[in-house]
Design a binder for this molecule. Sequence first.
Ligand code: SAH
Length: 460
Amino acid sequence: MDFFPIFLKLNDQTCLVVGGGDVGLRKARLLRAAGAHVTVVSPELSPAMAAYVAAEGLHHRAEPYSPRCLDGMRLVYAATDDEAVNQAVYRDCEARGILINAVDQPEICRFITPSIVDRSPVIIAASTGGAVPVLARHLRARLETLIPAGYGDMARIAGEFRLAVKAALPDTTSRRLFWEELLSGPFAERAMNGQADAARALAQQALDAADAATLTKGEVFLVGAGPGDPDLLTFRALRLMQMADVVLYDNLVSDAILDLTRRDADRIYVGKKRADHAVPQDDLNLLLVKLAQEGKKVLRLKGGDPFIFGRGGEELETLAEYGIPFQVVPGITSAAGASCYAGIPLTHRDYAQGVTFVTGHRREGEQTLDWTKLTNPCETLVVYMGITQAPSIAAELVANGRRADTPVAIIEKATTPQQKVHVGTLGTLGEVIATAGIKPPALLIIGDVVKLHGKLAWRG
Ligand code: SAH
């Protein structure tokens, strides 16, 4: 972080704008919006600045800048077109510990002015650290469209209940959960749509019913995190990720996704590279139970979809046995992610009328797949966890009648910036794997649909 974001209370504080032109005027307006007393120092004022100074009754010192102008100032904008003057203002402010911004000269700024979305009392500030201010403005434009105009009203109405909620729910956890529930329900709808009285009634009702014991009851969220690209999370996944007290994740969950979980949540890595189970499955199931029994909201984040080769079902069975409440959120399974991001439709009227997902990984002593059922040339086969076994899988398929020239794609790290697609055939698969140096996670797509990759690849 090159700049530390804070919000300053400038109400009734004296601030200085050095410069009487239109740039200074913009800063004077901003300061006035925050309730500051503004002094403008400049021998002359532009007509617009002169009009503003008169209309707002600002203090104008009609003289060149000198250090004594800084007396009593909390914050200063240097907005002249003379760099030497701006430099001098910066030097003097630094010497006296006054916050200084020289407009468009990030190297002589102690603070910078962000792009602001104002839904008072909600204020959102975005900055690129002075590097690309236009980008911050783009972001602001997006936020403006994203955040309903009524957001401020909602914050105000909710604020009216703050002290009552604090009195009814003295511990911070139950209070946080109360607000999370209230703000994601009909209260928010009403408050943002101008139905203030209805919103107040709902808040009061929720407050009357609020009970710390129910609010802080433990629960497990089994959430599919998708194949890697954080953009592929569902809204529901994101919401539950923000509510978690503790997160259990494995190596299929990318850092970019973990960063979207609640900042205060504890994170527990529960492993799972092949043959390296950081926490064995049985212990993991019981850990989920234990954490929920302690009253925690437990987020079990899984790569892809939790019910596709994810052992999510086993984890839930244990929870059900112990009577722990849970919710399950589907995720985009890696076959779907890889298919779309590699431009290989899993079905296509000309090439495949069906698709089968199988795993190449077998438990000790487990029956192998019935390969005779997987040789239909009109069907696509997706193999999860199949890279190590790929040569023998290819051999089985060919031995059972699938053509050796059937195209195969190996997609590694699908949907992430490191995604790679290698194409071969069942006949050449062993060779491709031996030479390509495939990095996990990766999956195989087998079938004529792979021919479309050349035409439809949009991500490499
Ligand atoms: N529940 C997961 C699958 C877990 S099994 C899902 O729905 O996707 C783990 C296997 O998934 C890996 O061995 C690999 O075959 C596949 N996989 C997971 N993420 C992947 C990714 N980003 N790219 C390619 N394959 C992936």
